[in-house]
Design a protein around this ligand. Structure first.
Ligand SMILES: Cc1cc2nc3c(=O)[nH]c(=O)nc-3n(C[C@H](O)[C@H](O)[C@H](O)COP(=O)(O)OP(=O)(O)OC[C@H]3O[C@@H](n4cnc5c(N)ncnc54)[C@H](O)[C@@H]3O)c2cc1C
Length: 332
């Protein structure tokens, strides 16, 4: 039973910055995220977009900001648990000390003295196709994330979607897949213009106004029928691997039932970023207080306030002010 000082639920920009601060304050830290990658909305929703309002960056591509935040947030070596959606919370006693027990959808249990909720707009679930018995292909021939490019090697790949992820993967798999077809239900992409230009001049077969009509096969996919949503014309494709990049839906899920004070879907916090439950703090998009602004820049400040208050909560004798990071001696 390993007990952490602080468990950060949500490895988005705010959770990652909080992880830097908690390591800086010598707290034993764990980050848990429902997604297979750290970065939160920056990676899941708009990886290729420029952001112009992060202090110190005149402009920065979201995925580059995420990369730097991950490097900064992991430099004190926190434990990182991915693809784990935290569902239940139980206060328990261990050696006379009150701690919190968290359980995830995988039934894994985590123990922590305090909790920082940086869950943003909630756990993201990829949008799936509502076709009968479709789950049987998931993780073998149907994918929502690319974990290893090698599964697409020398395969006929069908990519569905019109956002950054769909376009990026259609470009990125060019050196791996035997053939790439990308279908999109409209004629406008929600992706970076440069990437769309590259896609259009690449070897990918791009079919606009098309949607998946049916998928058939036994253990693996044998064929996919696509339908032109303007003409209703059907076309049958030979497909080995199907990659859906249709975006995500987000929800707070069971966290709503933890007894936290919630206002218009957000968790109410004090000026210390503490919720109504002792030892549980919140920061970033999910936290609300009078005058709240949901921005990355403000979330960073909230993370620093939350973590330093958590330090005082765990160790009332510790200094509240963390000191200046510029006083840290560089590692050789
Ligand atoms: C298209 C778009 C453009 C934007 N542009 C800007 C901009 O230019 N400037 C700006 O300041 N802001 C911008 N934003 C908003 C900005 O992205 C958010 O304010 C920021 O991501 C909030 O960070 P966060 O860490 O609080 O939450 P998130 O980034 O939402 O991260 C939360 C993380 O928590 C995880 N999580 C949630 N619930 C659970 C659970 N139960 N168990 C485990 N993990 C969980 C999620 O998987 C996610 O990874 C934009 C947002 C969008 C959608």
């Amino acid at each position: 039973m390993e007990i952490f000082d602080i468990t950060i639920i949500g490895g988005g920009p705010v959770g990652l910055f909080a992880s830097f601060y908690s390591g800086h304050r010598h707290m034993k830290t764990k980050i848990i995220d429902a997604l297979p990658e750290l970065g939160g909305q920056l990676i899941a929703l708009y990886p290729e977009k420029f952001i112009y309002d992060v202090a110190g960056f005149p402009k920065v591509v979201a995925k580059e900001l995420a990369k730097n935040l991950i490097e900064q947030g992991l430099q004190h070596s926190p434990a990182v648990c991915l693809e784990q959606k935290v569902e239940s919370l139980l206060p328990v006693e261990h050696d006379g000390q009150k701690i919190l027990e968290l359980t995830t959808q995988k039934k894994e249990v985590h123990f922590t003295k305090t909790l920082l909720l940086t869950v943003g707009i909630g756990a993201f679930v990829p949008r799936r196709l509502d076709l009968p018995d479709f789950e049987r292909f998931e993780n073998t021939c149907v994918h929502y994330f690319v974990r290893e490019k090698s599964i697409f090697k020398a395969k006929d790949v069908l990519i569905v979607g019109g956002g950054d992820s769909a376009v990026d993967w259609a470009l990125n798999l060019q050196d791996t897949a035997k053939s790439i077809t990308l279908i999109h239900r409209r004629d406008e992409f929600r992706a970076h213009e440069d990437s769309v230009d590259k896609l259009m001049s690449s070897r990918a077969n791009v079919k606009l106004w098309y949607e998946v009509d049916s998928v058939s096969g036994n253990a693996s996919i044998e064929k996919v029928v696509i339908r032109n949503n303007k003409t209703n014309e059907l076309e049958t494709l030979h497909v080995d691997q199907l990659l859906f990049n249709l975006g995500f839906v987000a929800s707070l899920g069971p966290l709503r039932d933890w007894g936290l004070e919630i206002e218009k879907g957000d968790i109410k916090v004090s000026t210390k970023m503490e919720t109504n439950i002792s030892g549980i703090y919140a920061a970033g998009d999910i936290a609300t207080f009078p005058g709240k602004l949901k921005l990355i820049a403000t979330g960073f400040g909230e993370a620093a306030i939350a973590v330093n208050n958590i330090k005082s909560y765990i160790d009332p004798k510790a200094r509240f002010f963390p000191g200046h990071s510029s006083d840290i001696k560089p590692k050789k």
